[in-house]
Design a protein around this ligand. Structure first.
Ligand code: MLC
Ligand code: AMP
Length: 502
């Protein structure tokens, strides 16, 4: 048994002097150097007693060492959970506890807040500073630059990505070696990545998009990427004349257009702009063509499935659509029972292929609700498929808000809001937002005779939940609109507050 994910992405390039990471300051890390650093992290986690299949939770800012740790986990067969750097200690506590992680790694600035979390879960806490005790980076410095790769079967789990649901707490989506590898190889081929490519990497690396799409595609192609700590249009535009490709959420593209500096000259060396994680407005697509002559290639994916559909590289990149099912991926638009609907009808999109995850960690009932026995995954997205196969996402069956590519599940906010003094009930809705696409607004109903303290509620939300989930506005109304069955009519609320943020 080998470790195909590691061997394909890194092992085969252990002596290559070609650049993998180009740093914004002009320096670069070669493949050989990166492979060596990965081995040091594999050694470091192993000396901490982590064995294949054990879980490690990682809440770290984006850096070359964070990537090296992640791939070190793959080499050591350790299952990693990358966690949003915005998550609060309360949120992290759930992930560490639920996953049974034995090690939590964080930035030094987070160590005091996360120490109690690690302690109560019985996990060790290490940081990534270079100043001594408790530092995983220091430990890695003492390790050899070679590590005997742990064998992993293609169906064994490589990573957990936590994803929320419309009810209940977050679920750990178990992604296997083959889920990640097969999708990366398909995308390299489909999007024509080669070792000549230079990707502008400005996405976070705790999600499918920045990690499994962007990073794995670059590794699988033997290409290089400029690792930006975060999205900054000026920094990207400065590098663009020396780059070939960009992967981003729609907010990247609207912000680049708003910069007023995007034109044919600055994009002349670029061959591919890819968008995903949230709907790209057809208007943005058109504005981008007008400014640069490039047609953004939109694709569609999910945490549980990696990438499912993509517009073609050659051929019609159709604005407002997410293109065709990727090679090896089956997609069908179905009714609630899973029966395929005639082309042109709206239904729920279901997908099947080697990209589809193994299930939710220790949640067999949730897995059974979404993953059919025949392997089709019920995405919860409402879609329509044209006669020629192009898929358009027309809405969401699931109650989900996507703000700047980050997912917010209203249920999580509503559960917290409903518990606040003076609040009888709440409904959280997504309303259009020019920059983030959508943003959450909380509509509250007061208990009879009481007046909720909105500032205190805002405070509580801030302590409990990551910044990107905070409602942009709290509104108190007399009663929530309900249908005859008593179900809250969120559509009516969405319409009512649609104009709040332009
Ligand atoms: C940051 N903030 C956000 C936010 N990002 N608030 C709402 N939505 C977001 N997406 C907070 C910041 O903490 C800050 O808080 C304030 O909002 C304003 O920040 P900003 O400076 O405007 O944000 P910025 O740091 O520039 O980040 C915006 C962004 C970033 C769009 C560049 O969110 C981003 O990189 N998004 C990509 C997410 C992603 O990779 N999704 C892929 C998921 S995978 P304060 O308090 O400081 O004002 C997936 C599957 C698939 O969906 O198909 O790919
Ligand atoms: P996540 O839970 O982060 O994996 O989010 C996945 C969800 O993002 C999908 O189920 C879709 O609702 C949405 N999504 C991803 N890509 C696109 C796209 N190109 N167009 C519309 N929605 C998208």
């Amino acid at each position: 048994m080998s470790n195909l994910l590691y061997d394909t992405l890194l092992g085969s390039r252990s002596t290559s002097s070609a650049p993998f990471l180009r740093h914004p300051d002009g320096d670069h890390t070669s493949y050989a150097d990166f492979v060596g650093r990965v081995a040091q992290f594999a050694g470091a986690v192993s000396t901490q007693g982590m064995r294949p299949g054990d879980r490690i939770a990682i809440q770290l800012e984006k850096s070359a060492d964070t990537l090296a740790l992640i791939f070190g986990c793959i080499q050591a067969g350790v299952v990693f959970l990358p966690l949003n750097t915005g998550y609060t200690a309360d949120e992290i506590a759930y992930f560490v506890d639920n996953s049974g992680a034995r090690l939590l790694v964080c930035d030094p600035a987070r160590a005091s807040a996360l120490a109690p979390v690690a302690q109560s879960a019985g996990a060790d806490l290490l940081t990534m500073d270079t100043t001594g005790a408790g530092s995983l980076a220091d430990l890695a410095n003492t390790q050899p630059t070679r590590f005997a790769t742990e064998p992993r079967d293609k169906d064994e789990v490589a990573a957990f990505l936590y994803t929320s649901g419309t009810t209940g707490r977050s679920k750990g989506a178990m992604l296997t070696q083959d889920n990640l590898l097969s999708n990366a190889l398909t995308l390299v081929d489909h999007w024509r990545f080669t070792s000549d490519d230079v990707l502008l990497h400005a996405l976070p690396i705790f999600h499918t998009h920045g990690l499994f799409v962007a990073t794995n595609v670059i590794l699988a192609a033997g290409a290089s990427m400029v690792l930006f700590p975060k999205f900054d249009p000026d920094a990207l535009l400065e590098w663009m004349p020396r780059a070939t490709s960009l992967m981003g959420v729609p907010t990247f593209y609207t912000r680049l257009l708003d910069s007023g500096r995007l034109d044919r000259a600055v994009t002349a060396n670029m061959r591919l702009f890819i968008s995903g994680s949230a709907p790209l407005l057809a208007e943005t697509h058109r504005d981008f063509v007008a400014a640069t002559g490039h047609r953004i290639l939109e694709r569609y994916g999910m945490t549980e499935t990696n990438m499912n559909t993509s517009n073609p590289y050659d051929g019609d990149r159709r604005a407002g659509t997410v293109g065709l099912p990727l090679p090896g991926v089956e997609a069908k638009v179905c009714d609630a029972q899973g029966h395929e609907l005639p082309r042109g009808e709206i239904g729920t999109l279901e997908v099947r292929g080697p990209n589809v995850f193994k299930g939710y960690w220790q949640m067999p009932e949730k897995t059974a609700e979404e993953l059919r026995p025949d392997g089709f995954f019920i995405t919860g997205d409402l879609a329509v498929q044209e006669e020629d196969g192009y898929v358009t996402i027309v809405g969401r069956g699931k109650d989900l808000i996507i703000s700047g590519g980050f997912n917010i599940y209203p249920k999580e906010l509503e559960s917290l809001l409903d518990d606040q003094p003076g609040v009888l009930e709440s409904a959280v809705i997504g309303v259009p937002h020019a920059d983030f696409g959508e943003t959450p607004v909380a509509v509250l109903v007061a208990k009879p005779g009481e007046t909720p303290d909105l500032a205190a509620i805002q405070n509580t939300v801030e302590t409990a939940l990551a910044r990107f989930k905070h409602p942009r506005k709290l509104i108190v109304i007399d009663a929530l609109p309900r249908n005859t069955m008593g179900k809250v009519q969120k559509n009516a609320l969405r319409q009512e507050y649609a104009g709040l943020f332009g």
